[in-house]
Design a binder for this molecule. Structure first.
Ligand SMILES: [Fe+2]
Length: 486
């Protein structure tokens, strides 16, 4: 999944685009756009505008590109803009890449010493009327929702006290608070985690700090009604690596895995670390606190899925060891032991790039929407290349109650990106609404936005872009009541 969407191969469907775009009243095939969809499906991802300085740099360093499908009364417009960070502007001014490997400033071109190195390429969020592009190595970058032009970094009026901000904050569905965090919070190679609550008006109202057992990637977290859950482990870094011009993370399969649980009404000293056999936890779907138990669901890889984070033991990357399964993990807070229960809840592999109905954040939910590769589906290799079995070709509604997967097949020349669930109305039952996500059509060399009924998983319409588009990582639906898109 990742190797295709974030490849540094600059040819074919993945050749550099280097353009920005406005498409008005996009072509729609297969049906009509539901008229109750008013807002925008906003995504961010990217590609290397200029090739990386060093051959080992990978997908995490691609230049951010923010785009939106703007829905208004059954019409869809598209807009795409580069996230114009100081790094992007410096590269453009020099007409070349000036920045070295991922989160390693020591081999940058001397002309950019001290400049913010972020590419703001990972996720988009809206909070308190502002739109942000996020990457976990820096502050959020504020974006103008009408133009998608970049405004600049945002530190919440100087009240946010970390140099970094996760790509995956969460929202309390009752209070509207944004609960967020940063790791390497005090700067490069520091081992502290900063947790912060921002109220629905955008004001920092609570914060705390704690230390991880060791410095590792902490890409995502779970918010429950009473706890924050932080999986980590396997990814390691140190000054020796950076001074050897390596990318920030290496994968150490002998490193321990941990899951930290922090009570929301406590502070950093109350964090409790549970030990886990090492899996690569990148994204988590959600979870809840039930009595003295914390339960989470997550897609876990049995090894590092990112080929650009090399194995520290020198062994080559093995894509056959990166299968992802959906797990449920149950932590007993009454227990004195540091272990927990772990079960695989679907026997078929799936992607960790999935979503629940956000209104059920922190509570019990029944459905997970995610992508997966079904090797039994047809793939037209003559038109789309030799990618059979290597692309996600289905969206699935994974029912945690019945254990049934309801699929939506995207097509025999297509590769799917992350999907997003959009409730039909504020008070609609869980899962009643729309599923939308972008497919890369390798044969037609174009991007297609799929809009489906999220219950029946039947396609309602497909928005056609007249060009291929670099893969986005994460997207989010933002209604007209959240942001002013103009
Ligand atoms: Fe992510």
């Amino acid at each position: 999944m990742v190797t295709l969407t974030q490849t540094t191969t600059r040819q074919g469907f993945f050749a550099p685009g280097r353009f920005e775009a406005d498409v008005f009243d996009c072509e729609v095939q297969g049906g009509k756009i539901p008229e109750d969809l008013n807002g925008a499906f906003v995504r961010v991802g990217g590609e290397f505008f200029y090739p990386s300085m060093y051959p080992n740099d990978g997908g995490f360093s691609v230049d951010g590109y923010i785009s939106m499908f703007r829905f208004k009364k059954g019409i869809v417009d598209y807009r795409g803009r580069w996230v114009k960070t100081p790094r992007w502007k410096a590269n453009r001014a020099a007409n070349r890449q000036l920045f070295g490997n991922y989160r390693n400033p020591f081999f940058d071109d001397p002309s950019v010493k001290g400049l913010d190195r972020t590419v703001a390429n990972t996720a988009v969020v809206a909070h308190a009327g502002k739109l942000f592009a996020l990457k976990e190595d820096a502050l959020p970058y504020e974006i103008n929702p009408k133009t998608l032009e970049t405004i600049g970094p945002w530190d919440f009026n100087g009240k946010y006290k970390s140099e970094t901000f996760t790509a995956h904050p969460r929202w309390d569905p009752v209070t509207g608070d944004m609960i967020t965090y940063g790791y390497e919070a005090s700067g490069l190679l520091t081992n502290d985690i900063y947790v912060c609550v921002v109220d629905k008006h955008g004001n920092v109202k609570n914060e705390t700090r704690f230390k991880a057992p060791y410095l590792s990637m902490m890409h995502d977290m779970v918010l429950t009604e009473k706890h924050l859950v932080f999986p980590m482990g396997g990814y390691v870094t140190n000054m020796k690596r950076l001074k050897a011009n390596k990318v920030h993370w290496g994968w150490d399969k002998s490193a321990p895995g941990y899951i930290g649980i922090l009570p929301r009404d406590g502070d950093g000293k109350d964090v409790r670390w549970f030990k886990t056999p090492l899996t690569a936890a990148v994204h988590v779907f959600g979870g809840r606190t039930v009595g003295n138990k914390v339960i989470i669901e997550a897609g876990l890889y049995n090894s590092n899925p990112f080929p650009f984070f090399e194995n520290t033991d020198g062994s080559p990357f093995d894509p056959t060891k990166t299968t992802c399964y959906l797990h449920r993990q149950t932590f007993d807070l009454n227990s004195k032991r540091d272990g927990f229960e772990d079960e695989i809840i679907f026997s078929d592999p799936a992607s960790d790039l999935g979503k629940i109905d956000d209104r059920y954040t922190g509570q019990a939910y029944r459905e997970i929407f995610t992508t997966y590769a079904d090797p039994k589906r047809p793939f037209d290799e003559a038109r789309a290349g030799n990618l059979r079995g290597r692309v996600s070709n289905c969206y699935g509604r994974f029912d945690l109650g019945t254990k049934k997967i309801t699929p939506l097949f995207a097509g025999n020349t297509h590769s799917l990106q992350e999907s997003t669930f959009v409730p039909k109305s504020k008070n609609a039952p869980e899962g009643e609404g729309y599923l939308m996500g972008v497919a890369s059509n390798y044969a037609e060399m174009r991007a297609e936005l799929i809009i489906a009924d999220a219950q029946s998983m039947t396609e309602l319409a497909r928005v056609i872009l007249p060009f291929r588009s670099s893969a986005a990582l994460h997207g989010k639906w933002m209604g007209d009541d959240e942001l002013d898109f103009g």
